[in-house]
Design a protein around this ligand. Structure first.
Ligand code: NAP
Length: 253
């Protein structure tokens, strides 16, 4: 029997920020589709690793603080050592800092840009070198609605996620003809730690969001499974440089 276009059996994926939230959902989706998964982050993704193992896939737990680019080469090296391949990279780790633009600090600017944009680019570069040499690879960057919209009180986050959309297109332009797909997913409003100041602590704002969402509810990490597997698999071989919204229809309003 031949493998279907969404089958990831025998593939090795790296997922950053895989201990929780969207990254955990993405790691499980890739494992369900057949991939072995390296779980990268500053908090050990023990629970995600147990769930991936329960699906019969191999995992590697790789400690890395992505607020600097220092660990990036070793993230790729460790993945190759422990799982013997690298086919898919999902750049998911990210942070947000909230303050009015007039009060926003340099520290909050640098922290978000360094993690969400600088480390993302240099991890694409480190993985890309390996993928270009093997003539095959899939990179999925996690963007945001703020890759399309301005947002409010999150200047460094908006700049970082708009930058992620631009870098995704740039890398696709350079690598599409060499067998490497670079694309992004833009999640809408997903219920995770990152958005807990809204869904947990601000019921009025949460109700406003639900009211504007055509789908009428917040997203759950499992809602990203299909888009992730699509962009990580042969099904998307002719798809390059897109930022795919998975947003319950938010951008359609
Ligand atoms: P989350 O639950 O807060 O998860 C963020 C992940 O990034 C965690 O694993 C976190 O690790 C990791 N991380 C943060 N800084 C790191 C660092 N310096 N080094 C290594 N790992 C680091 O938030 P989430 O909602 O799942 O966010 C995942 C991605 O989706 C982010 O890029 C975010 O911008 C994006 N996104 C989220 C939404 C949403 O509605 N939730 C919407 C659009 C885009 P720790 O647990 O150690 O902090």
């Amino acid at each position: 029997m031949t493998a279907g276009p969404f089958d990831l059996s025998g593939r090795v994926a790296v997922v950053t920020g895989a201990n929780t939230g969207i990254g955990r959902g993405i790691a499980l989706a890739l494992a369900q589709a057949g991939a072995d998964v390296a779980l990268v982050g500053r908090s050990r993704a023990e629970e995600t690793a147990a769930e991936v193992a329960a699906l019969g896939r191999r995992t590697a737990l790789i400690d890395a603080d992505l607020s600097t680019i220092a660990p990036l080469e070793s993230v790729i090296g460790r993945t190759l050592e422990e799982l013997a391949a690298l086919d898919i990279l999902v750049n998911n780790a990210g942070i947000i800092r909230r303050a009015d633009a007039v009060d926003f600090t340099e520290a909050d600017w640098d922290a978000v840009i360094d993690t969400n944009l600088k480390s993302l680019f240099f991890l694409c570069q480190a993985a890309g070198r390996h993928m270009l040499a093997q003539g095959r690879g899939k990179i999925v960057n996690i963007a945001s609605l703020l890759s399309f919209q301005g947002g409010i009180r999150v200047p460094s986050y908006t700049a970082s996620k708009s930058g992620v959309a631009g870098l995704t297109r740039l890398l696709a332009n350079e690598w599409a003809g060499r067998g490497v797909n670079v694309n992004a997913i833009a999640p809408g409003y997903f219920r995770t730690e990152l958005t807990s100041p809204i869904w947990r602590d601000d019921p009025a704002r949460s109700a406003e969001i639900i009211g504007r969402l055509p789908a009428g509810r917040w997203g759950e990490p499992s809602d990203l499974a299909g888009a992730t597997v699509f962009l990580a698999s042969a099904a998307s071989d002719y798809v390059h440089g897109i930022v795919l919204p998975v947003d319950g229809g938010w951008l359609a309003r």
